[in-house]
Design a protein around this ligand. Sequence first.
Ligand code: NDP
Length: 244
Amino acid sequence: MEISFAGKHALVTGAGKGIGRATACALSRCGARVTALTRSQSDLDSLILECPCIVPLCVDLSDWGATAAALESAGPFDLLVNNAACASLQPFLEITPEKFDQMFTVNVKAVLQVSQVVARSMKARGSGGSIVNVSSQASQCALRDHSVYCSSKAALDMLTKVMALELGPFQIRVNCVNPTVVMTDMGRIGWSDPVKAGAMKSRIPLGRFAEVDDVVNSILFLLSDKSNMTNGATLPVDGGFLCC
Ligand code: NDP
């Protein structure tokens, strides 16, 4: 399936590492002009070496004032991938208010605020657009020590649906992908222990974790006009984990 984003401007958050970085590079290869947002300048420096056409934007999404100012001059955008997130694992009884705030600020509130800026401009230009939020299988299945992360991704799934409902009349589609474990830096935090990883894989009908490209391909599909009638969907990229 040939996908082209020629003439489109895409914003990818959390583009310094892992899934976001690979998404930014794939969009660039498919002809999009890409703005890559992350908070570590060193990651942006190496990204530009890898994909020289990408425009870097170094900002911490938990600082809304700085993010809003950075986005002001970076747009307008036709495509948005809300990929940045943080994950910190704690037993429920040990969760601190600070950890809760940190995860909800990046995983949910920043998605809402970045999407507002981007979607207001799409609406004003009458151009339509496509937004993909990177959620997780953890939004729909309880995982030990993941109570705040699971809750933040469940909130993201529902935010996606309400955004789809309200932005659909402006031809702005909003969907999310819900991957299983991917062995990025984030994946390694939770799943490096072979016993834990083996137990998780045994619950995935395909018997393996997802590769970064499995997630990127689903993101590209949802961003593209190949999914023109898909809006408000939560697309599992989980080898069947959520259907069991
Ligand atoms: P990584 O940790 O590998 O990469 C996350 C990227 O987001 C990094 O570049 C990170 O920058 C950036 N980021 C984090 N916080 C902020 C912030 N406050 N402001 C700006 N940038 C920020 O994660 P993955 O690639 O694994 O995850 C990408 C998405 O996929 C996330 O939404 C995650 O929840 C989801 N997901 C991941 C799974 C997995 O197993 N890996 C499974 C299911 C879903 P820095 O490194 O500088 O902090």
